[in-house]
Write a protein that binds this ligand. Sequence first.
Ligand code: ADP
Length: 159
Amino acid sequence: MKTGYYPGTFDPITNGHLDIITRGASLFDKLYVSVSCNPEKNPLFTIEERVILIKEVLKDIKNIEVVTSDILTVEHCKILGASHILRGLRAVTDYDYEFQLTNFNREISDEIDTVFLMTQGKYSFLSSSSVRELAQFGGDVSKFVPAVVKKAIDKKYKK
Ligand code: ADP
């Protein structure tokens, strides 16, 4: 059984994440979507809110489990029996960071490898931070996030 582990902050989950998760779920028997606490990033949504939204968005994909993490990614993979970390790549600007992170993780544990899925062109500019920024200025985020996430964003900004 091949198990993958897709870590992120997901503040909030976007259509870009969803694309990577959907395609990733077809590559693994089981895929963990792991939400990191990241309090230092001062998230818009609490970890509980992010988990509820992700579960709702992914409820029809059977081989996915949503978990939270405040430990090292490779350690969490070992605990859960995941052999591969899944990451999404957008533009070349992601490359440096992901290259460094992958090699760092490999240095900590060479049992866990990282695989990348290239985003579809239409999501290559999309990030959680750009969605938050757009929402903050009253813009329409409906093209970039699932409907339940849009609703939650509207509620945050009391639209
Ligand atoms: P982090 O803050 O740890 O980078 P994110 O939630 O921003 O967490 O991203 C988690 C993963 O999803 C990363 O591999 C990131 O490159 C990827 N990702 C984010 N947005 C997109 C997108 N639009 N298309 C493809 N992958 C994406």
